[in-house]
Design a protein around this ligand. Structure first.
Ligand code: HEM
Length: 130
């Protein structure tokens, strides 16, 4: 279990990262959903996808910084203290949120890499020049 912070609130880095992550998460979803408005292969659609990838990877980087900050500084104690089941539930939800914001960009990255591999592979096989 993490040691409580000396203060009664999160530090400015944790608070800043929290809101920045939320804003970027909204942008990540907005970009990928706006792609539907544009024809496949068109410049606007590709640009929105690129923004989705870049912003998604930014989230991954921010999560790493946030996790380090959390491991280093812990979290302020909840006062008055919660019943044990509520405290455990809160911790579990917290961990799940961390898993979500770390796993989504990693899965997206994986999807993108596998897609590139699958597109590249058949062309390399059927091309008479290769
Ligand atoms: C927190 C970060 C991320 C979230 C929440 C997220 C979420 C999503 C969502 C909701 C979709 C649409 C799925 C659908 O209905 O078709 C999507 C598609 C996709 N995402 Fe992400 N994503 C994230 C990060 C990334 C990253 C970092 C990459 C790659 C570097 C990536 C690559 C992709 C790809 C390749 C698609 C499919 C696009 C297409 O339809 O052509 N994602 N993502």
């Amino acid at each position: 279990m993490m040691a409580p912070r000396a203060t009664d609130r999160y530090g400015s880095l944790a608070i800043g990262l929290h809101w920045l992550t939320l804003e970027i998460l909204i942008a990540v979803y907005t970009c990928i959903n706006l792609t539907e408005l544009y024809p496949k292969g068109g410049d606007p659609r590709e640009a929105l996808k690129t923004w989705h990838f870049v912003l998604g990877l930014t989230i991954l980087a921010l999560v790493m910084v946030r996790l380090l900050d959390r491991l280093r500084g812990g979290a302020p104690a909840v006062i008055p203290s919660l019943p044990i089941w509520q405290s455990r539930l809160a911790s579990s939800v917290h961990v799940l949120l961390y898993v979500f914001v770390a796993v989504m960009p990693i899965l997206g990255w994986f999807l993108l890499s596998v897609g590139a591999y699958l597109h590249w592979r058949p062309r390399a096989r059927i091309s008479p020049a290769s």
